[in-house]
Structures are given as structure tokens and as C-alpha cells.
Design a protein around this ligand. Structure first.
Ligand SMILES: [Zn+2]
Length: 477
């Protein structure tokens, strides 16, 4: 998991960080500053993150995350940024010391490494996203059934809300996305089969997830589409806010309180429906109606695709088949530009429907309904690019060529070795125009070695007419 990789990376960088810390601490000692002011520099919370890659003590960690964010927003009375080497205000300093001194309580924490029953007959993963002004988070529980029911906290993840203020429903949606990401990581990591249920206390989020992403504004649409893709085989349900264990992270928690927090370790406790049969689950999220908050994120202007659909008009071919009894599409096919992507998809579907037909058959079939301008070239291209068609195309048998005869490859006097053929008949106009055209032939003498050609007129295909042509040729050469 990413956290483990992060932890490994942190370890490798630890040496460099330690050196940097010692330089800063030395400088502060020289200036006479109290070291507690920068207690964080002693690495206590850094180590906490390193040893908690699964977020099992998430509520404790999120408290310090929020504390650090407060430090970033700290301003002096004049409005300038609080310098890093200035002592903290007493309230924040006390807060940190209180938190820091409470951390050793975690040493009493015992967590079972094995989260299932050995022979579980039913395993479910339950994820609980949540959000507040501080940030958003999620926690995941594995519920295994083997006669008894066992609930175990598997992992949790939290993110601090950005300093740029977002509405609570939007943060809830970010929590849902974080939940979906955690679900993907769990699915990739665990080698067991389980069903998954998401529980959120935000009906707005459920409404957003039920609609197509293009209904909502860009911020919501982007996240909704990601969640819908990642959790397409899971169900989203609604629970009361107080039953949501992720609420423990939202409120933050001191180490000593977390150890005995039953809601955190065992899931919803009042009522304990997760520890009962699945019929007792509060499945009411499917019936959530649209809320004002969900409608507030509705796209003000219709998306381009919708506009295109509503204003799209179909152009059909005229022709002279108006009185035919055939169906409308046949009489007046729909005109489509061949180069458009839609036409390509259409041809592709016809290609597959016709069991990888050739371009001509595709065009002929598609013409019954559509008139593709320049579609033939696209059809050929589809056949040419189709892997199945290319691999199934039969190989043409080529003529096996024999070796050339000796006479063709041996040097000899011109026309000493020739091939002779006839070409014709051709009709020659006699000197007197009124006379009928004379039928005549041409003897073709081809020299074997250099393919030089000599043409000679022959009056007829008889040997009497042919011999003079031979003699005349030989004497000329
Ligand atoms: Zn094909």
C-alpha cells in the first residue's frame, strides 16, 4: 500500500532530515529559545505516522494534522505571517504539550493482527466516509461470519480540508471519493472474496451518485464519475451521522480516549446493526429524494452533449422512392459524413455484425439505412486495421519461377539466339483509300540475352510469308 511505501521512503530520507533537525535545534539552543515550542521537531508525530500505515490510530493523527494546519494560518497582530522561529501563543503551546504528553497512552493499545474468523462463510467490507470543516476521512471494517459475527477495523485514511473553503456536501463527496480509493486499494491487496457496502450520512452525496455526472457542476461531476467507476459493483447506503464511526476522526481524539472508543474499533454501536444479521442493516439510502443542496450543484447550462442531442436534426436523402411501400429508412437513408467518428463506429458495428465482412458488403448493407459520404474509404480502412480480418486473410499462391535457360544467361552475338512470336492481326490501310484494309501480322524477334526487340511485318501466318521476314531480319542485323 502507498502508506507502506511512504513509510519506507521516509525512512530513507530520515538521515537527511535528522541532520537538518539537529542544525535547527542547535541554532535554537544558541538563541535561548525553549525547545518545547517546536516539539514537533523531536519527531514524535513523524514517528507516529511511520508506525501507523493503516491509519488504525487515525483520530489521534488527524488532531495533530489539524494542529499543524492551524500553525500555517497563524498571523501576528500586524497581520504578517507568524515566523517559524517565534514562540507559539500559550493556548497553542498548551494544546501541543497536552497532546504530546497524552501520546504514550497508545502503548497500552492491543490490536489483533488477524481480522477474520479462520473459516468465515461470509465476508463483508463496510466503508464509512465522512467530512467536517477540518477535512474528510474514511474508515473500513471487515465483517466475517462463522456462526458468530466478528467486526474488525481494517484501515482508515484522512485528509485535511484545503484552506480554500469548500461547502460541507462537497467535502462529503471528497470523503466518498477517498473511500472509493481506499476500496480499490483493499481490493487489490486482499486475496479473499467479499461484498462491499458504503455508508454515508450525506443524502446529498447519494443523490449525486445516483445521477449521471454531466448533470452536475464540474467539481461534483469529476468526482462522481470517478466514484461511480470505482464502486460500480457496490451499494451506497445512508446512515445517521451519530452511527458513522468515521465521525470519530472528524472530531479528533486524544490517545487515551481512543483506546476505549467502541464506535471506532467495532463500528456502529447504538444500535449495533453491523453485529447483527444483514437484514437489520438500515438500507434506506436508495429512497433518498433530491435535496436543495444536491440541486445547488446542478449544471446551470446544459452540457454540450445534451444541446447537441436536442438540436440535432437528421438530414435524409430525397430520391424517387417516395411512393414505395418499403420503410422510411430505405426510401430516404440518413445522410452521414463518412469521416465522422459516429460513422466509423457504425461501420465497425456492421463489420462485426456481418462477421467481419469485406468493405463492399458493409457498404451495401449499411446503405439500406444510412448514406455515408465517402464511407467506402473508411470501410476499407476498418477492414485493413481489423486484426481478425488481417490474420484470417488467405495467402495468395505465387507461381514458382524456374531457373533461366542457358541461352538466356550466356553472352552471344546479337540475334544469334532469339525468341519469336506473332502479334496481330492488325489492319493496314492500302495506298488506295477505296480498297479494303489489309489484314497483316507482326513478327516479334526478342534477343535472349539483352531483350532487344525487332519487329517485322508479315503478310500472313504461313511459312512462305514468314521465311522472308526471318531472312530479312538476320541480314539487317
Ligand atoms: Zn474484421
Amino acid at each position: 500500500m502507498d502508506d507502506i511505501l511512504d513509510a519506507a521512503l521516509k525512512e530513507s530520507k530520515q538521515k537527511a532530515v535528522d541532520e537538518e533537525k539537529s542544525i535547527i535545534l542547535d541554532e535554537m539552543r544558541e538563541r535561548g529559545k525553549p525547545i518545547e515550542m517546536f516539539a514537533a521537531l523531536d519527531g514524535s508525530w513523524g514517528n507516529l505516522w511511520t508506525v501507523d500505515p493503516f491509519g488504525l490510530v487515525g483520530p489521534v493523527v488527524v488532531t495533530v494534522k489539524a494542529f499543524i494546519q492551524t500553525l500555517w494560518t497563524l498571523r501576528e497582530e500586524s497581520g504578517t505571517i507568524w515566523e517559524w522561529n517565534r514562540e507559539l501563543p500559550s493556548s497553542l503551546r498548551d494544546q501541543w504539550i497536552n497532546y504530546h504528553s497524552n501520546l504514550p497512552a497508545l502503548n497500552e493499545l492491543n490490536i489483533h493482527r488477524y481480522v477474520l474468523f479462520p473459516n468465515s462463510v461470509e465476508i463483508e467490507l463496510h466503508l464509512f466516509p465522512d467530512a467536517s470543516d477540518i477535512g474528510y476521512r474514511t474508515c473500513a471494517y471487515l465483517r466475517s461470519v462463522s456462526g458468530q459475527i466478528k467486526i474488525a477495523l481494517l484501515t482508515s485514511k484522512s485528509r485535511i480540508a484545503p484552506l480554500k473553503k469548500q461547502s460541507t456536501p462537497r467535502l462529503e463527496l471528497c470523503g466518498a471519493l477517498l473511500s472509493a480509493e481506499v476500496y480499490q486499494r483493499i481490493t487489490a491487496s486482499l486475496q479473499i472474496t467479499f461484498s462491499t457496502v458504503f455508508w454515508t450520512d450525506s443524502t446529498t452525496v447519494i443523490n449525486w451518485l445516483k445521477a449521471t455526472p454531466s448533470t452536475w457542476t464540474t467539481f461534483v461531476a469529476n468526482r462522481v464519475s470517478k466514484i461511480q467507476y470505482a464502486t460500480q459493483h457496490c451499494s451506497w447506503n445512508n446512515i445517521a451521522g451519530l452511527e458513522n464511526p468515521a465521525d470519530v476522526i472528524s472530531r479528533g481524539c486524544m490517545a487515551s480516549d481512543l483506546i476505549y472508543n467502541k464506535l471506532w474499533w467495532k463500528g456502529p454501536e447504538c444500535p449495533e446493526w453491523l453485529q447483527q444479521e444483514s437484514e437489520h442493516y438500515p438500507v434506506n439510502g436508495q429512497h433518498c429524494g433530491p435535496t436543495d443542496q444536491s440541486n445547488a450543484e446542478q449544471r446551470k447550462t446544459a452540457p454540450i452533449s445534451t444541446t447537441a442531442t436536442t438540436t440535432f436534426s437528421i438530414i435524409r436523402i430525397g430520391g424517387r422512392l417516395g411512393q414505395s411501400t418499403r420503410h422510411e429508412d430505405f426510401k430516404h437513408p440518413i445522410l452521414l459524413p463518412g469521416s465522422h467518428y459516429l460513422s466509423t463506429l457504425l461501420l465497425l458495428s456492421y463489420h462485426q455484425k456481418l462477421l467481419h465482412a469485406a468493405a463492399q458488403l458493409m457498404i451495401n448493407t449499411i446503405l439500406i439505412r444510412y448514406w455515408l459520404l465517402g464511407g467506402r474509404a473508411v470501410a476499407r480502412q476498418i477492414v485493413h486495421k481489423c486484426v481478425i480480418c488481417v490474420s484470417a486473410r488467405p495467402k495468395l499462391i505465387e507461381q514458382f519461377m524456374s531457373k533461366l535457360p542457358t541461352a538466356r544467361v550466356t553472352a552471344a552475338r546479337p540475334f544469334s539466339k532469339v525468341g519469336i512470336d506473332f502479334w496481330g492481326p492488325i489492319h493496314v490501310q492500302p495506298r488506295h483509300r477505296r480498297d479494303a484494309p489489309i489484314k497483316t501480322y507482326v513478327a516479334v524477334f526478342v534477343r535472349f540475352t539483352t531483350k532487344v526487340v525487332h519487329l517485322e511485318n508479315v503478310a500472313n501466318l504461313t511459312s512462305d510469308d514468314w521465311w522472308p521476314a526471318v531472312i530479312y531480319t538476320l541480314t539487317r542485323t
